[in-house]
Design a protein around this ligand. Structure first.
Ligand code: VG1
Ligand code: CO
Length: 538
């Protein structure tokens, strides 16, 4: 029943910031998915092991999950724990990996990238930590993918994943589990659900935009069925293969429907959105937006309001590009503080070694050591808990935070679809320009440090460079990076932060204007890319 099929290698199966991410049509090429999966198996030796399998329901999820099951059986896997119909959010999957002490897992998702036949597909591979595999492991997988000559697959009809319970394929057990139950249980352990029920019983209103992606069923169960939010509080709650045409990236640009509701005169009290695989979140109040960097700082400042954290937290970490707002909270609370490269996998060692409890990224990601991935619904429940405990609005909570700590005006400018060689040259030429800038003035800003960012992991002592940064005397910063999640061409991300201690109520775009001009000129963005402005600003 086990077939050994000859194959020829593809040369582009290199994981980026979060797994392998490609155009669906690339993944649909003959044996493309099989080659990549077999390369993982050839790297990790799956014989006798147990893995969790799920996905965000996007186009090709159903086909890929069947291939995965049949290949796992042929490669000697002992057991797969599969989300019903092949679904699991990224945080739910990380939870099962930890809870059931498995050897790792697979999430079939391109996360916040659009889906559908003309969209993107992806595969995230997690180890027994519940977090995505390290850069070193992904390098080995990539190396193996370039030499692959055959893959193994079980010759069998498709497995029925619609019913809960166990079945066998050859010697391998397949356990189909409810996608939502374990995750809900975990949230109930962390937060005070009774306090949240009381909040809704008093008439508190919210909208949660699931963007036709994986979180719909989780959000309906938690917010509407358990906590008592009004029916209809969850928008776009049915996962669709093409996300109903939405780009499931929860920001002010792509979560349009929610943004329109929250900026209308009869806006509900609270708004939130999640991304395709449920690990990102956006938080909104009535006509008010919380930057993800501020959100991380505010959650950290309020840890004592949450049952799971009230006895204290270890420390906090952010990706380097994320604003410094949380650094000021860490200093005030006298807790450990770390800055890592972009990508959740860099937080895993810090969590495993009890160095940090909370972590976050500017790209709408926040989370804690309850799992090893960022967690969209967790962040929403945390915000709701702060509101329930303080009786304050999202806007009040945020403004009081700025008053106490100052405000980091922060915006990210994305320049999309740049030819890869142009983008790489832009970055290397820019890097060469940095050392002489130290101590110089750029416009009205004085440079205190201009450098390539290098992270030395305190646990495994690996060293990773990720992006270029210019730090200014007043606490402002410019950061440049190339995206590691785009499925074609290159995206240049320019992150600008302007810190102000007491100017708390200005327009962010205006506040960063001079720094943006400095950043664009220094990198010669227009000259090299022809772009006079960013394609997306978040
Ligand atoms: C982007 C974000 C990064 C995030 C990553 C995965 O990476 O900037 O902060 O961790 O996506 O998010 P990049 O390399 O394109 O900047 V998701 O929701 O895929 O898991
Ligand atoms: Co995601």
């Amino acid at each position: 029943m086990i077939q050994v099929i000859p194959t020829t290698p593809y040369d582009d199966q290199k994981m980026g910031t979060a797994g392998l991410r490609k155009k669906s049509k690339v993944v649909m090429q003959e044996h493309y998915f099989e080659n990549f999966l077999q390369s993982i198996f050839n790297t990790i030796h799956p014989e006798g092991k147990t893995f969790v399998v799920g996905g965000d329901g996007r186009f090709y999820n159903d086909i890929a999950v069947q291939k995965l099951i049949k290949m796992a059986a042929a490669n000697g896997v002992k057991k797969l724990i599969v989300g019903q119909n092949g679904f699991l959010s990224t945080p739910a999957s990380s939870n099962i990996i930890l809870k059931r002490h498995t050897d790792g897992g697979f999430v079939l998702s391109a996360s916040h990238n659009p889906g559908g036949e003309n969209g993107d597909f992806g595969i995230k591979f997690a180890t027994e930590t519940g977090g995505q595999c390290s850069g070193q492991v992904s390098e080995q997988i990539y190396a193996n993918s370039k030499n692959i000559r055959e893959f193994k697959i079980f010759d069998a009809p498709n497995i029925d994943l619609s019913h809960l319970g166990s079945q066998k394929l050859g010697d391998m057990e397949i356990e189909v589990i409810d996608t939502v139950n374990d995750y809900v249980e975990l949230m109930q352990k962390i937060f005070d659900f009774d306090a949240l029920k009381k909040l809704f019983a008093k008439g508190f209103t919210m909208r949660f935009d699931a963007m036709n992606a994986v979180t719909g069923p989780y959000a309906i169960r938690i917010f509407e069925e358990i906590l008592g939010a009004a029916k209809g509080s969850v928008l776009n709650a049915t996962p669709k293969p093409d996300f109903g045409g939405l780009h499931p990236d929860p920001n002010l640009v792509y979560a349009k429907e929610l943004v329109n509701i929250m900026y209308s005169d009869d806006a509900p009290d609270f708004g939130a959105a999640n991304d395709g695989d449920g690990d990102r979140n956006m938080i909104l109040g009535k006509k008010f937006f919380v930057t993800p960097s501020d959100s991380l700082a505010i959650l950290t400042d309020n840890y004592n309001l949450i049952p799971a954290y009230k006895d204290g937290i270890f420390g906090v970490a952010k990706s380097m590009a994320t604003s410094t707002a949380v650094a000021r909270v860490a200093q005030e609370k006298k807790i450990g503080y770390y800055e890592v490269p972009t990508g959740w996998k860099y937080f895993v060692n810090l969590m495993d070694s009890n160095r940090i409890t909370f972590c976050g990224e500017e790209s709408f990601g926040t989370g804690s050591s309850h799992i090893r991935e960022k967690d969209g619904i967790w962040a929403v429940l945390f915000w709701l808990s702060i509101i329930a405990a303080t009786g304050k609005s999202v806007e009040q909570i945020t403004r009081e935070h700025w008053k106490k700590y100052g405000r980091s005006y922060y915006l990210r400018f994305d320049f999309d679809g740049i030819p890869t060689d142009v983008a790489n040259k832009l970055m290397s030429d820019l890097e060469a320009k940095l050392p002489p800038l130290n101590g110089q003035k750029l416009g009205s800003y004085e440079v205190v440090k201009a450098e390539k960012f290098v992270y030395n992991d305190p646990v495994d002592h690996s060293s990773t460079s990720n992006g270029l940064r210019i730090l200014f005397a007043d606490g402002s910063r410019i950061v440049y990076r190339l995206s590691g999640t785009s499925s074609s061409g290159a995206t240049l991300r320019v992150y600008i932060e302007k810190f102000s201690r007491d100017n708390l109520d200005s327009d962010p775009r205006q506040m960063v204007d001079e720094l943006l001009k400095i950043a664009a000129e220094l990198a010669e963005i227009e000259k090299r890319t022809g772009k006079t402005k960013a394609d997306v600003t978040t």
